[in-house]
Design a binder for this molecule. Sequence first.
Ligand SMILES: [Zn+2]
Length: 230
Amino acid sequence: MAKNVTQNGWTVINGLDLDSSPVPSTSIIPVPGLRKGDVAKVLLEVGRQFNATVAPLYNPGCWGYAPAIPIPGSTILSNHGSGTAIDFNAPSFPWKKRTMTDAQRQACRQIVENLSPVVAWGGDWTTVDEMHFEIRGNADEVKQVANKIIGVTMPTDKQIDETISTLHQDAYGKSPSDAVFDDWRKVLKNNYVEGNISILKGIDNDPNALKNKSVSGAVYEEVTVYRKVK
Ligand SMILES: [Zn+2]
């Protein structure tokens, strides 16, 4: 592999011209920043989803670009050297250790799936790296995924609860139980963090989409179906 590219094939950059935006919905900058353009857009979206579904982000401990050095134990350059890798909450999720819960690990895999096929996560690697996500694929592939990200802002818990009350009242003619509330919160938050469409607005326009469905898994299914036909 050429000396001026990192493991994923992206060229080494010098770190003087980075996108140093914070992760959306947070004030956390993956210091010092990320490769400008579609790469930054995708990795910042990874951060937004990580913050919402894995663990709240904090600094110091969130990193982006780093001067190109070989991956320990090899001659291949780390993807941080091309500004195409990002680390989250390093003190909590240190290299070579498994410190995430099963739910957190599952949420990381979900992020990879949401942004498929251009993001990889280090938590399932032989040399485990739970804090680490990176870009896979070429510029065209990354652009295709970046173009799908519309960057919705996570609504507040109060907005979510008000919406659930309204939707449930419309669909079932009564207020939801606490268990239903919990279930719907999960569904709505998950759909928000997917970052594809404003699902709250979508359901709001068609409360019948949820009618006659048992809650739990069926709601998620219904929302998924709804999003497809929308
Ligand atoms: Zn890393």
